[in-house]
Design a protein around this ligand. Structure first.
Ligand SMILES: O=C(O)CCC(=O)C1=CC=C[C@@H](O)[C@@H]1C(=O)O
Ligand SMILES: [Mg+2]
Length: 332
C-alpha cells in the first residue's frame, strides 16, 4: 500500500514597516505551507491569501486546505483523483504546486531575473539599476502621487538610461484626465520603451481608450481576475500579469499563459507578496513556462526574513520549520 501523509504549517513574518496594501499597512505576512508525501516522494506549496486582494481569508483557506487534504487521502486510497476546481485560488495554487513538486513536474531551475520595483524614490531605483546585469526592466508604481509627477519621473528615467524599459502600475487609479496628464509629460519618442502600464484607468474600456490616444502600451492585471475575462489581442495591450495566488491552480495559470502566448501577448508571472518559499517556486514556474520574460517578483525585500528556501543572493536571514515564525497546525 502507498504511504501517504500531509502536513500543514502556519507562518507569520514581520514586514518592513512601510508596506501599504490598498488601504492598510501590512505589518506581517501570514500564510500556510503544505507538505504532501506519497510513495516516498514529497512536495511543498504555499497558501497565502493576500489581504485586500484575495476574496478568501487565511482562516477560510486553512479550513478548506484541511478538508481537501483529508478528502484527497481518501480519494487516493481508491485510486481516484480529487479536483481543485472549487477551491479558493490561494488554496488551489498552493496544493497544485505541492502536487507538481511531488510528481517531479516542476523544474528545479528558476528565472531569477529581477524587474526592480520602485514605490517612489527615484534615487533608490537608479542605484539598483546600475547593478542590474542584462536586460534592464524596472517597475514603478504610479497613481500614488500627482499624475504629472509620475509622467516626469518616467520620462526622466527613460531619458537617462537609453536601454531601460519600464513597466508601470497604476492599479486602476487614474481618471481619463489624469491618465492624459501623465502621458503629456512622457515624450513621444520615449513611449515605446514603456513596456506597459498595468491598468491605468478605473475601467478596462477607459484604459483601452488611453492606450489608443497616447500610443502607450497597457497590460491587464486586476482585469485578469474578472469572472468573465477573456484573453483578446487588442490594440496596444501587450501583456497580462498573472498572480497565481490570486488566479488559482498551476494548471489554470499555465492555460492562461498558453492563451496569452497564442495571442502574441507577454505573460508576466508576478508576486502576491509570498514568502521567499513561494517566490522561489514562482521563479521556477516562470522559468518553465515564460523563460523569455522577466517575472514581477521583486517583493522579497518588503520582508524581514526568508522562509525555508532562499532567493539567490538575498542577505535576509532564513527561518526554518523550527524557527519562531513557523508552527505546525494539528489536523485531527
Ligand atoms: O508585479 C510586480 O513586479 C511585483 C508585484 C506587485 O507589484 C504587486 C503585488 C501585489 C499587490 C500589489 O501591491 C502589486 C500590484 O498591484 O501589482
Ligand atoms: Mg498590478
Amino acid at each position: 500500500m502507498t504511504e501517504r501523509c500531509y502536513k500543514l504549517y502556519r507562518y507569520q513574518i514581520p514586514m518592513d514597516s512601510q508596506v501599504v496594501l490598498r488601504n492598510r499597512f501590512l505589518k506581517q505576512r501570514e500564510g500556510l505551507l503544505v507538505q504532501i508525501q506519497c510513495g516516498g516522494q514529497s512536495g511543498w506549496g504555499e497558501i497565502a491569501p493576500l489581504p485586500e486582494f484575495s476574496q478568501e481569508t487565511l482562516e477560510q483557506a486553512q479550513q478548506q486546505a484541511i478538508d481537501w487534504l483529508k478528502k484527497w487521502d481518501l480519494a487516493r486510497a481508491c485510486n481516484e483523483k480529487l479536483s481543485l476546481e472549487n477551491c479558493y485560488p490561494s488554496v488551489a495554487f498552493g496544493l497544485s504546486c505541492a502536487l507538481a513538486e511531488l510528481k517531479g513536474k516542476l523544474g528545479e531551475q528558476g528565472n531569477f531575473k529581477i524587474a526592480p520595483l520602485c514605490y517612489g524614490d527615484p534615487d533608490e531605483l537608479y542605484a539598483e539599476l546600475e547593478q542590474l546585469p542584462g536586460e534592464k526592466i524596472a517597475k514603478i508604481k504610479v497613481g500614488l502621487y500627482e499624475a504629472n509627477r509620475d509622467g516626469l519621473i518616467a520620462d526622466m528615467f527613460l531619458e537617462a538610461i537609453p536601454d531601460l524599459k519600464l513597466r508601470l502600475d497604476a492599479n486602476r487609479s487614474w481618471t481619463p484626465e489624469k491618465a492624459a496628464m501623465f502621458a503629456k509629460y512622457v515624450k513621444p519618442e520615449h513611449r515605446a520603451r514603456i513596456q506597459f502600464i498595468e491598468e491605468p484607468c478605473k475601467t478596462p474600456s477607459e484604459s483601452l481608450q488611453f492606450a489608443a490616444d497616447t500610443g502607450i502600451a497597457i497590460a491587464w492585471d486586476e482585469t485578469v481576475r474578472d469572472p468573465d475575462f477573456q484573453i483578446k489581442a487588442e490594440n496596444k495591450v501587450t501583456a497580462i500579469v498573472i498572480k497565481p495566488t490570486l488566479v488559482g491552480s498551476l494548471e489554470k495559470c499555465v492555460q492562461l499563459i498558453e492563451q496569452a502566448h497564442q495571442q502574441g501577448l507577454i505573460a508576466v508571472i508576478s508576486s502576491s507578496i509570498e514568502s521567499s518559499f513561494g517566490l522561489t517556486q514562482l521563479a521556477r514556474i516562470a522559468q518553465q513556462y515564460t523563460p523569455d520574460t522577466t517575472p514581477g517578483l521583486d517583493t522579497l525585500d518588503l520582508m524581514q526574513v526568508q522562509l525555508m528556501r532562499s532567493w539567490p543572493n538575498s542577505t535576509l536571514p532564513i527561518a526554518d520549520l523550527q524557527s519562531e515564525y513557523i508552527s505546525e497546525i494539528e489536523i485531527n
